[in-house]
Write a protein that binds this ligand. Structure first.
Ligand SMILES: Cc1cc2nc3c(=O)[nH]c(=O)nc-3n(C[C@H](O)[C@H](O)[C@H](O)COP(=O)(O)O)c2cc1C
Ligand SMILES: C=C(O[C@@H]1CC(C(=O)O)=C[C@@H](OP(=O)(O)O)[C@H]1O)C(=O)O
Length: 364
């Protein structure tokens, strides 16, 4: 069925289920001549791989990526890139008792209402494990963006109500929570430990910062960069909120405060989050993403089964306490996929745009 592909010139399709033999991605539209290796992609996958930090699912997966096509002698050929990651530790029998039960907060009920059939093993395609394929594809997008010096950083600014106040971009890559604030990091770890003991789970907020994004990315109407980013980010499981720049605060701001004044040196502030008319302004892109707590907590939950009988369940098995931090590299990957697609789309415009007046407005 439809709905497994994202992008126009840079197209990503993912396939696979959490407890099937494998997950993977087909990446079509990557330009030729870029260096790309399994090692490069693996480095990104390691950031999402389960079982590496406090409160993460203990499922033992190497998440080893196999690059099947589209690369010859270390360089992309311009043809489709196929990436596959085999599942090694599914333990599907743990899901047998849940076969005819709808877990609250998970996708069991809606998948069943839609298809009338579902792969109950580990949530099937609705599992957070599907995101391994997205991160693999996002690594290809990263290679394209590197050619234009475009950087994407994502980091945890809130975990279970504990806020990060500092934004130390070096520190985010030194801790497993991708937290930019060493003080908040300690508090977040304590919160995970306490919540884990209580048998409960946590949500949080991830901020995404994209630097050196040239002005002009995004189409004017339906494929606005803002809309495409919202779609890509909200396509990730457990995402419940998305903000651009000042986000929901704009509702309370006056226009005289909200607008970012423009000087010959550039914009004087960035409440717009780098997007005007849905098109990148050349300022940093700043996005915020609200992530809900993991639905599989250990407390008793009310639900129904396939016979519509009311029952109580207690979910055991292997689960994250929070989708944070492992969702953080997924959100970077989705942002990169959208930016790579729109960069390629804008390069076609620029080939002609340079004939018009004011070419000095463009650096790309
Ligand atoms: C990286 C990541 C890890 C996740 N880990 C778990 C988990 O261990 N257990 C669980 O029940 N849900 C987990 N989730 C959340 C569910 O996949 C998600 O809640 C489910 O697909 C329902 O979708 P929704 O929350 O968007 O409505 C995870 C999600 C992500 C993105
Ligand atoms: C395996 C991963 O996370 C899984 C995401 C997940 C869910 O319901 O989303 C449920 C758990 O699956 P299982 O019960 O098979 O262990 C997590 O372990 C992964 O992200 O690689």
């Amino acid at each position: 069925m439809a709905g497994n592909t994202i992008g126009t010139l840079f197209r990503v399709t993912t396939f696979g289920e959490s407890h099937g033999p494998a997950l993977g991605a087909i990446v079509d539209g990557c330009p030729p001549g870029l260096s790309l290796s399994e090692e490069y992609i693996q480095e990104e996958l390691e950031k999402r791989r389960p079982g590496k930090g406090k409160g993460e699912t203990p499922r033992k997966e190497k998440d080893k990526v196999h690059l099947l096509s589209g690369v010859f002698e270390g360089l992309t050929t311009g043809t489709p890139i196929a990436l596959i990651i085999y599942n090694e530790d599914p333990q599907s029998s743990a899901y047998e008792p849940l076969k005819e039960v709808f877990r609250p907060g998970h996708a069991d009920f809606t998948y069943f209402m839609k298809y009338g059939i579902r792969d109950h093993r580990g949530g099937g395609r609705a599992s957070g494990r599907e995101t391994v394929a997205r991160v693999a594809a996002g690594a290809v997008a990263k290679r394209i963006l590197e050619e234009y010096n475009i950087e994407v950083h994502a980091y945890t600014i809130n975990l279970g109500g504990i806020s990060a106040h500092a934004r130390d971009l070096n520190f985010i890559y030194q801790n497993r929570l991708f937290c930019p604030d060493p003080f908040a990091y300690e508090k977040m770890i304590e919160k995970i430990e306490k919540t884990s003991k209580e048998g409960d789970t946590l949500g949080g907020i991830v901020e995404i910062l994209a630097k050196n994004v040239p002005a002009g990315l995004g189409e004017p109407v339906f494929d606005k960069l803002s809309a495409e980013l919202a779609k890509a980010i909200c396509s990730v499981g457990a995402v419940k909120g998305f903000e651009i720049g000042a986000g929901f605060k704009v509702a309370e701001m006056k226009g005289s405060l909200n607008n970012d004044p423009i000087s010959s040196q550039g914009f004087l502030k960035n409440d717009a989050g780098g997007l005007l008319g849905g098109i990148s302004s050349g300022q940093d892109l700043i996005l915020k993403v609200a992530v809900k707590p993991i639905p599989s907590h250990r407390k008793t939950q009310r639900t129904i089964n396939l016979l519509k009988e009311e029952i109580e369940i207690q979910i055991g098995g292997r689960h994250d306490i929070s989708a944070i931090p492992r969702i953080v590299p997924v959100l970077s990957a989705m942002t990169r996929i959208v930016l790579a697609d729109h960069l390629l789309r804008q390069l076609a415009v620029l080939a002609f745009r340079k004939r018009l007046p004011f070419p000095h407005f463009f650096d790309a």
